[in-house]
Write a protein that binds this ligand. Structure first.
Ligand code: ZN
Length: 314
């Protein structure tokens, strides 16, 4: 065979090899746009975002076999305080794409690269040691750990003028990532008593967090709260695909800038879930990436530049 034919063959293969990266590994992110905020005054001074990892909508919204709710605090918010609906997530139903959709407002592809938050304006606390192992048998500890850290953080701010000053500024975001439900879902499945009890624990924790935060900020009425999940969980304890148990997650919002409950309408009853869950207030569904725009408008920060929001009426 002629040498040039061999070289030509290698060249053709190189082009094919390159094309794979060109097709699949091109970031959808667009740069260089002008940021835009809502023209309205921000109703909230700060936002509290709770993400219950792996919490599916039905398990938190439905009543149990004794017609009792597993999440009395959240249910009271739905009936008497704020707005609720189902947040529809996309495939892959995994933690990172879920958080990117929630916070950055777009659906991540394989190559989208996010930068880690850093700088003097970001305070983070991470689970110690080897990821989830420290919780041992009681996986709910993953959540109580977060709640404890927030309480410590606020205590610290009471004696730290510099921190207190930062916390009292506008556009403050407190983000709590609760990993217990996901870990319990994988280990024991979402219908297990471990998973269902973990919902009660999260509900109690959210109640406590609202109470300590309201006290810290002296009930100034300027805090907005968003409670949701990054993805759901199948009955067999997995996630990643597009089954409704994985893509239907809860969204509950209340506080500064969020509407009060409205009477139930027939507008969103295509799947009839709210009937099954015996909810008598209006259900407002969103796409997961819309939550980023909702949160941005609540505290008056620019909408994420690559936001794919369709609507933010909620
Ligand atoms: Zn998981």
């Amino acid at each position: 065979m002629a040498w040039w034919l061999i070289l030509f063959g290698i060249f053709v293969h190189l082009i094919f090899f390159y094309s794979i990266f060109d097709i699949y590994f091109t970031s959808p992110l667009v740069h260089g746009m002008t940021p835009h905020s809502t023209q309205l005054a921000a109703p909230a001074k700060r936002l509290v975002l709770f993400v219950a990892d792996g919490l599916r909508a039905d398990k938190v919204f439905e009543l149990d076999e004794h017609d009792q709710t597993r999440a009395p605090y959240i249910r009271n918010i739905i009936q008497n305080v704020g707005a609720w609906g189902v947040s529809h997530t996309r495939v892959p139903t995994e933690s990172r794409p879920g958080h990117v959709a929630l916070i950055a407002g777009f659906y991540e592809d394989v190559s989208a690269i996010t930068k880690g938050a850093s700088g003097s304006h970001v305070y983070t606390e991470m689970y110690p040691g080897e990821s989830e192992d420290f919780a041992g048998a009681d996986l709910g500890k993953l959540d109580t750990w977060v709640f404890e850290k927030v309480k410590e953080f606020l205590k610290q701010a009471e004696h730290n003028v510099f921190l207190a000053e930062k916390l009292n500024k506008e556009k403050v975001i407190l983000f709590m990532h609760l990993l217990g439900l996901d870990t319990n879902g994988h280990a024991h499945k979402p219908y297990s008593k471990e998973y269902l009890n973990n919902i009660k624990l999260v509900d109690k924790g959210v109640e406590e967090m609202v109470s300590v935060l309201e006290n810290y900020f002296e009930h100034d009425g300027r805090t907005a709260y968003v409670f949701t999940a990054d993805h759901g969980m199948t009955n067999w304890g997995s996630h990643g695909a597009g089954h409704p148990s994985e893509t239907l997650t809860p969204l509950v919002a209340w506080g500064a800038g969020v509407r009060k409950p409205l009477p139930s309408t027939l507008e969103y009853t295509h799947d009839g879930f709210e009937k099954e869950w015996q909810m008598n207030t209006k259900r407002s569904d969103v796409n997961q990436a819309d939550i980023a725009a909702l949160m941005a408008s609540l505290i008056g920060i620019p909408f994420p530049l690559n936001s794919v929001v369709c609507r933010i009426t909620f």
